[in-house]
Design a protein around this ligand. Structure first.
Ligand code: PMP
Length: 282
């Protein structure tokens, strides 16, 4: 049986009911995280918990208890028999009659569930196509907000064109993907947008930047344009569930020679090593 958690209780996922006054339901008023589990072990656990609390703080949800969050995450992992999965946790502002302004005394409500998630090995090898679109989201993209309407619309834009991701840009400067961070390689240098309010500072992004440093790959955290990207040697995107995915076509035009690039493949290999190491430690 799949066990999930909502508002103080662990229960059968299929029979779970959500309180209608939950502000997550009306307003998407909350924050969330997705954490990877490889072979029964959490990957970058503390980083995800830190970011969840930071996101909550940013939207003035102040009384989230870290120990409680950690306990729920472990319980959900342990009560379900999923070795390779993605653990989802959200914290909503709480339960109250519908009103935009929020009564500060509302207690945050936590929901958590786990699902099986295989590594996307075939996409990691073959690469994917992406399209570009104007980034019309709000100006607090560093908050991992439950309110994903713009991201959902932007992703659908790719789906409708048979592509896997929409690469967003503000006035031509690439920010990130609809649910990923975007990197390009030009003349052996790895470029990605700086971690400011215009992107989510992805945990996988941080792992990749750490690997680049460890293996002496030059990095520039600065904005690049859609036009720069059209002349890149390599493009790839990163996320917790997708890891490192080469982008071989953007808006129908090949990136580099149209195949996953060398630096991208090296980073995939280093990332792989990190996962293997994680699982050999336990
Ligand atoms: N940007 C956005 C908008 C995202 O939704 C995600 C994935 N949640 C990412 C970047 C990648 O972040 P992470 O590596 O932490 O999964």
């Amino acid at each position: 049986m799949r066990i999930s958690y909502y508002n103080g209780q662990y229960m059968n996922h299929e029979e779970m009911s959500i309180k209608s006054g939950d502000r997550a339901f009306y307003f998407g008023d909350g924050v969330y995280e997705v954490i990877r589990i490889y072979d029964g072990n959490f990957f970058t656990f503390d980083e995800h918990v830190d970011r969840l609390l930071q996101s909550a703080e940013e939207i003035l949800i102040r009384d989230v208890n870290r120990a409680e969050v950690v306990e729920i995450l472990h319980e959900i992992k342990d009560r379900n028999v999923i070795l390779n999965g993605a653990l989802y946790i959200q914290v909503s502002r709480g339960i109250a009659p519908r009103d935009h302004g929020f009564p500060h005394l509302t207690k945050p409500v936590i929901y958590a569930s786990i699902r099986e998630a295989k590594r996307p090995l075939s996409l990691m090898n073959s690469g994917v196509e992406a399209v570009t679109a104007e980034d019309y989201r709000w100006l607090k993209c560093h908050v991992k907000s439950l309110n994903l309407l713009a991201n959902v619309m932007e992703k659908q834009h790719a789906v409708e064109q048979g592509a896997k991701e929409t690469i967003l840009h503000r006035d031509g400067v690439v920010t990130e993907g609809s649910s990923t961070n975007i990197f390009m390689v030009k003349n052996e240098v790895l470029f990605t947008h700086p971690a400011n309010n215009l992107i989510l500072n992805g945990i996988t992004r941080r792992v990749v930047l750490g690997l680049a440093e460890e293996y002496d790959i030059a990095v520039r955290e600065e904005g690049f344009t859609v036009s720069d990207m059209s002349e890149a040697d390599e493009v790839f995107y990163t996320s917790t569930t997708q890891e490192i995915i080469p982008v071989v076509k953007v808006d129908g035009r090949s990136v580099g020679d149209g195949k996953p690039g060398r630096v991208t493949q090296q980073l995939q290999e280093y990332f792989n090593k990190k996962i293997t190491l994680l699982n050999s430690v336990k």
